[in-house]
Design a binder for this molecule. Structure first.
Ligand code: HSE
Length: 402
């Protein structure tokens, strides 16, 4: 029998306990041993909860309990999660976490400690909720050089953009709805400003390259400036608007970016709606692959954490090698990236002035909106910025996913 401690009894922590208890028999047969939740750490009490007697408020009780072999961290945030996880790994315990802030910031170090101690630090749920994506990158696709990862990595914003697209709803209303459904982060900026997706693409890119990608280096734009009118233009362009987190390599250089983008109907990411996430991975041998599923929510995320617990139990005393060193990966500035841009300009802007600044463009119009909008040819970000400054009347720009 293996005893587990769960740190944090919020939505995900409670989900993990539920999965481990409800599927106990099936999990036991897969893990080869019974897995029992022995302690739960939380500042709160949970009177009436079936597990209320397992709740402790002091981490030292878990630290000093020698019967605990696996620690599950679902507290969120970097501290104190980092201290607790590091302590557990240094004690030789394995850790499963759903915490992308912790993994993005300290993943390389914690993986290193787990390796030294013949233990494991697993974090499948930190990206894409219930979607298997960490294991594919660290196990199934290790024969490939990964050349591109492009994902819809935030369920809340995908849910919001879907509602705005399908129902023409206002941004604030859909945000409230997403929060009520439990998808949104406590602080909505993490979702809507793209910070959550940024940490996730940093983790995936670190795993794909084996080096540390600092999320602070990733150019990140959220969806707060996307309006109902933008969706009317998107429809006219046979496209949708998605928050894409992407990284790719070109001639040995690496780029990464999070930004809303126009995605054509024919692209597989177009059909990813509501809270679903999808991650498109291109390897130099396997070609295109895509991973799809529920990217947020209690049980899908808990399912991935609980599966990591099973893997920890199956590999007690053996480290599963994860290639992520602390050596920093220098990302290139995005100013050299080339793509098309969808642009809206103030009413009264002359087509001639637009062509003078942007060269050949394709104009697009929507009934009832009195402004000039267009899609540029392929151009570098730096050239787009210079052209927009020269024109001086740009009111919206959305990158076009190529
Ligand atoms: N707020 C996150 C999302 C939760 O919406 O995707 C899962 O990381």
């Amino acid at each position: 029998m293996i005893n587990v401690a769960v740190l944090g009894y919020g939505t995900i922590g409670a989900g993990v306990v539920q999965v481990l208890q409800k599927n106990a028999d099936s999990i036991e047969s897969k893990a080869g041993q019974k897995i029992v939740v022995k302690r739960i750490l939380d500042l709160r009490d949970f009177p009436g909860d079936p597990n209320e007697n397992l709740v402790v408020h002091d981490y030292n009780i878990i630290k000093e309990d020698e019967d605990i072999q696996v620690v599950v961290e679902c507290m969120g945030g970097v501290n104190p999660a980092y201290t607790f996880v590091k302590t557990a790994l240094e004690q030789g315990r394995s850790v499963a976490t759903s915490n992308k802030e912790l993994v993005a910031k300290h993943g390389a170090e914690l993986i290193g400690i787990a390796r030294e101690k013949n233990a494991n630090f697993l974090f499948e749920a930190s990206v894409g909720g219930g979607i298997p994506i960490i294991r594919p990158l660290t196990q199934c696709l290790t024969a490939d050089v990964i050349e591109e990862i492009t994902g819809i990595l935030n369920g809340t914003t995908n849910y919001m953009l879907t509602k705005m697209d399908e129902e023409g709803s206002a941004f604030d209303d859909v945000l409230k709805e997403a929060q009520q459904k439990g998808y949104a982060e406590l602080h909505p900026e993490a979702d809507v400003e793209g910070f959550d997706a940024c940490r996730k693409i940093a983790i995936l890119t670190s795993l794909a390259t084996g080096k540390q990608v600092d999320f602070e280096d990733i150019h990140t734009e959220g969806i707060t400036k996307i309006t109902a009118e933008d969706f009317l233009y998107a429809k006219a362009l046979n496209s949708g608007i998605k928050l894409l987190a992407t990284s790719w390599s070109e001639d040995g250089k690496y780029f990464a970016m999070v930004s809303p983008m126009m995605v054509e109907k024919s692209h597989p990411l177009y059909g990813v709606r509501d809270v679903f996430n999808a991650i498109f991975v291109h390897g130099n041998m396997v070609d295109d692959t895509m991973f799809y599923g529920r990217g947020a929510g209690k049980l899908p995320t808990a399912s991935a954490v609980a599966a990591d617990v099973v893997d920890c139990v199956k590999h007690l005393g053996t480290n599963i090698k994860i290639n992520w060193s602390p050596e920093k990966l220098e990302l290139e500035d995005i100013s050299a990236c080339k793509r098309s841009f969808f642009v809206r300009t103030k009413a009264g802007t002359e087509e001639e002035s637009i062509k003078e600044s942007f060269g050949d463009v394709t104009f697009v119009s929507v009934d009832g909106i009195d402004e000039k909008a267009f899609v540029t040819g392929i151009m570098a970000e730096a050239d787009y910025t210079a052209a927009a400054e020269k024109l001086g009347t740009v009111i919206q720009m959305i990158r076009v996913n190529e």
